[in-house]
Design a protein around this ligand. Structure first.
Ligand code: ADP
Ligand code: MG
Length: 158
């Protein structure tokens, strides 16, 4: 069952960073994160954490072949009048065109030990929250390739 309640995106991200910190250190991934002051979002906090953790883990996986100093993952948040957008950017291998169409399909994976259900669940969770989840190439990557996952969540105006 879902449990939607007002929550602070900055706290949700902080909690994810706490979970992932040790793993990131072990994999020599530097995580950068700046969160502006934000209004509350009505969401199921645990579900949102699942989404963010999968996006962060995917970004770290994508950078496993990148030179250590360039293993940079950035999380940023943009607040608009009607929605909040979270971006998770990596400087990893990028997503080939033929993979882009299958990204959100259940059980699609390119990893030898992958489950491939992460992104399909992420999209269901975000759509349940009436938001959107999509991927784009990272144009600012210092390695010349990489991906930005964007997710939006509507702001409730009461
Ligand atoms: N940040 C990323 N960079 C490059 N490829 C990615 C990224 N995130 C996801 N992918 C691709 O999408 C596939 C599906 O991801 P996901 O549903 O999370 O399953 P899994 O992580 O188990 O493979 C991955 O196997 C990978 O090919
Ligand atoms: Mg995954």
């Amino acid at each position: 069952m879902s449990q939607s309640a007002p929550c602070q995106i900055a706290d949700v991200i902080d909690e994810c960073l706490g979970f992932i910190e040790a793993d990131a250190r072990k994999r020599h991934v530097h995580i950068e994160c700046k969160t502006p002051a934000l209004p509350d979002v009505l969401a199921d906090r645990l579900m949102l954490e699942q989404v963010l953790l999968n996006l962060i883990r995917n970004g770290m996986d994508a950078m496993s072949e990148v030179a250590e100093p360039e293993r940079l993952l950035n999380i940023s948040v943009i607040c608009r009048a009607e929605e909040v957008e979270i971006q998770v950017s990596d400087q990893g291998c990028g997503i080939p065109a033929e993979v882009k169409d299958k990204l959100f399909t259940a059980f699609f994976t390119t990893k030898p030990d992958g489950m491939g259900i992460g992104l399909s669940i992420c999209r269901s969770i975000i759509e349940f929250h009436r938001g959107r989840l999509w991927a784009e190439d990272n144009p600012k990557s210092a390695t010349g390739s990489g991906t930005i996952f964007h997710l939006t969540l509507p702001l409730e105006h009461t």
